[in-house]
Design a protein around this ligand. Structure first.
Ligand code: UTP
Length: 294
């Protein structure tokens, strides 16, 4: 069965980027002229998925407003002859069937995914962490879905992270898959440890922001005890899924930006501005000038 649904958890507290995330969700932080979560929804749509559930909480109504029609704005723009921008706004509201659900308590990413049970039903589904923007030529979710279609197992989007940072992620035990002697970035995942230490480190490969899960994950989540930080960790449930049914990993081709991390937010801004059709030329000049002073 192909992947037709996606869940975007966006109900975290965003404590790493306070104070900006106090009254504004980090998922709404701009990358030039679009909020992070719009890039994520666009990735889902470009991967052939149009049914999306965004998990929000109190104070995140602005995410719903962003994907809604704004009749007043539409009329005002068209009156001024700015039909092009009005059309692009209308497209945001119609590009997918977007549903919203509130996670009533911030009990972790696993708990957020559990809220999606009745939306997902008995189908495979993609999970895109609402603060992880991945930019590249091929949508990361599409790359994961292709691996799901091939193996029929849960798939994680993975990359290596520097040794001094792996403790913030999960560490994967994995084996590269070779088909007819060729390796194309796909691994079999055998184990994973959330927030590893030097003692239980499995590798420098971590799951970064994307996975495709089978519906078995819901029963597993129900039985998973609270993990690191007293939260229900999705990684703990995925570790059980990997051990019971097997999971695959794919090293996705795009670049990942963590909108919960200050330096990463700035990299996303600068790199996107350098290719943005409207401002790239002027921004390049500005960057060159600044660079001379460093
Ligand atoms: P993170 O752990 O990066 O987000 O979760 P956080 O909890 O906001 O982190 P801090 O406070 O900056 O350390 C990854 C994704 O899961 C969502 C977040 O919104 C983020 O997009 N999430 C996390 C939930 O939806 N619910 C939760 O209970 C926790």
């Amino acid at each position: 069965m192909p992947v037709k649904k996606a869940v975007i958890p966006a109900a975290g507290l965003g404590t790493r980027v306070l104070p900006v995330s106090k009254a504004m969700p980090k998922e709404m932080l701009p990358i030039v002229d679009k909020p992070a979560i719009q890039y994520i929804v666009e990735e889902v749509v470009a991967s052939g998925i149009t049914d999306i559930l965004i998990i929000t909480n109190r104070g995140k109504d602005v995410i719903e407003d962003h994907f809604d029609h704004s009749i007043e704005l539409d009329l005002a723009l068209r009156k001024k002859g700015r039909d092009e921008i009005a059309d692009s706004l209308a497209e945001i509201a119609t590009m997918a069937n977007i549903h919203f659900l509130r996670q009533k308590e911030t009990k972790g990413l696993g708990h957020a995914v559990l809220q999606a049970r009745s939306f997902v039903g008995n189908e495979p589904f993609a999970v895109l962490y609402g603060d992880d923007v991945i930019l590249g030529d091929t949508p990361a979710t599409k790359e994961l879905c292709e691996v799901y279609d091939r193996y029929g197992k849960g798939v994680a989007g993975i990359k290596t992270v520097p040794r001094n940072e792996i403790g913030k992620y999960c560490s994967l035990g994995l084996e590269p898959i070779t088909e007819m002697g060729k390796f194309d970035g796909v691994f079999a995942i055998e184990d994973m440890v959330e927030k590893p230490t030097e003692d239980n480190l499995l590798s420098l490969y971590a799951i970064l922001g994307r996975c495709v899960l089978t519906p078995e994950i819901f029963d597993i989540l129900e039985k998973t005890p609270l993990g690191v930080g007293g939260e229900l960790q999705l990684t703990d449930a995925m570790a059980t899924l990997a051990k019971t049914s097997g999971m695959m990993g794919i090293e996705f081709s795009g670049t990942r930006y963590d909108m919960g991390n200050k330096l990463s937010i700035m990299k996303a801004q600068v790199e996107t501005a350098l290719t943005h059709p409207e401002i790239a030329a002027d921004f390049k000049e500005y960057i060159k000038k600044i660079a001379q002073t460093l």
